[in-house]
Design a protein around this ligand. Structure first.
Ligand code: PHE
Length: 340
């Protein structure tokens, strides 16, 4: 009974006193253990009752010990709070930033949406027909060779077509024309894949935006005006475009589109290799054979198509000279686009 009272009224103010309490009432060498040991000398008939009282004692000692420990810990924390320097500047709240390729893709979409284009998507894993065949590539066209295309499986049996990673976004043109009758005015952003060694100027994964406009009486002038307007919106009023004759199996005539180098404004720098011009897109009038492949009457409808590289446009817009920066996830690079 005395011991019970002793435990009830005892107080602990620091770690040393806590340890003293533990030694006296809790530890194997403490008084409570000692009493338990004396239990064997108690006559059989009283042993049970005394044992119960000892248990009460032991439990009380343990609860008190737990409370003391918790109180001391709280006190220590409060003490730390008291030492807080509230005049220190707040730690910056680091937010992620939008990837430059995303910024530019969104900007491209915005510009074309205001010209009445909608946005369409297609698969990255594609059959030979949608990536090449329907786009008028000859069977022996070099782009089908292993060195360019990542093939997934060879067509055999019921699956007649080779399956591959699309090498351009032009596959979406065909899928769109198959399911929608003209007028069609759509842009198609997405990832494309080519088996190329990674360097400052090339990568095996990159991004394109395909554009397609099919209606009655669509002319080459519409193509030129659309891309000129785009480049002025993207790079500023002073920007010019230049068309160079080119060849694509799915357009006729075809042209490559250059824009004035945004970085040196035409004066010549590393990014434009001192020519003042940077190629940003391939384009042309959709070949009648392609329209027919997708079930569109080429007597009634004409159209233009273009495909531009998002990486190239981003490099030009922000003066980035190494393509690898886009995929290395170096925060020193990415943070520069905070708020862009
Ligand atoms: N698909 C072509 C490429 O990847 C670009 C292109 C698209 C050219 C549409 C003409 C028309 O190089």
């Amino acid at each position: 009974k005395e011991l019970l009272q002793e435990i009830e009224i005892s107080q602990v103010e620091n770690k040393e006193q806590l340890e003293a309490f533990r030694l006296r009432y809790i530890s194997k060498k403490g008084v409570v253990t000692e009493l338990f040991e004396g239990l064997k000398n108690i006559p059989q008939e009283d042993r049970r009752a005394v044992g119960q009282e000892l248990n009460t004692l032991k439990n009380l000692a343990q609860t008190r010990f737990q409370d003391f420990t918790a109180n001391l810990e709280n006190a220590a924390e409060n003490n730390e709070d008291a030492q807080l320097d509230l005049t220190l500047p707040v730690a910056p709240n680091l937010q992620g930033s939008i990837h430059p390729l995303t910024i530019v893709r969104r900007r491209i979409i915005e510009i074309f949406e205001r010209m009445g284009f909608n946005v369409s998507y297609g698969p990255e894993i594609e059959t030979d027909w949608y990536n090449f065949g329907a786009l008028n590539f000859a069977d022996n066209h070099p782009a089908r060779e292993m060195q360019d295309t990542f093939f997934i499986s060879k067509g055999e049996g019921a699956v007649k077509d080779d399956v591959l990673l699309r090498t351009h976004t032009s596959n979406v043109q065909i899928r769109l024309m198959e399911r929608q009758k003209p007028p069609i005015r759509s842009i198609m952003p997405g990832r494309v894949f080519r088996n190329e060694a990674i360097s400052a100027r090339a990568h095996c994964v990159f991004h394109q935006v395909e554009g397609l406009y099919i209606d009655r009486n669509v002319s080459f002038k519409d193509l030129k005006d659309t891309l000129l307007h785009f480049s002025k919106e993207m790079f500023g009023k002073d920007s010019q475009i230049r068309l160079r004759p080119s060849y694509f199996p799915f357009t006729e005539p075809s042209a490559e589109i250059d824009v004035t180098c945004f970085i040196c404004k035409g004066k010549g720098c590393n990014i434009c290799k001192h020519t003042g011009w940077v190629e940003i897109a391939g384009s042309g009038m959709v070949d009648p054979a392609v329209l027919e492949n997708a079930g569109i009457d080429s007597e009634e409808f004409t159209g233009f198509a273009f495909g531009m590289g998002i990486e190239r446009i981003t490099m030009l817009r922000y003066g980035i000279s190494d393509l690898r920066l886009f995929t290395e996830n170096d925060v020193r690079f990415l943070r520069q686009f905070e708020g862009a």
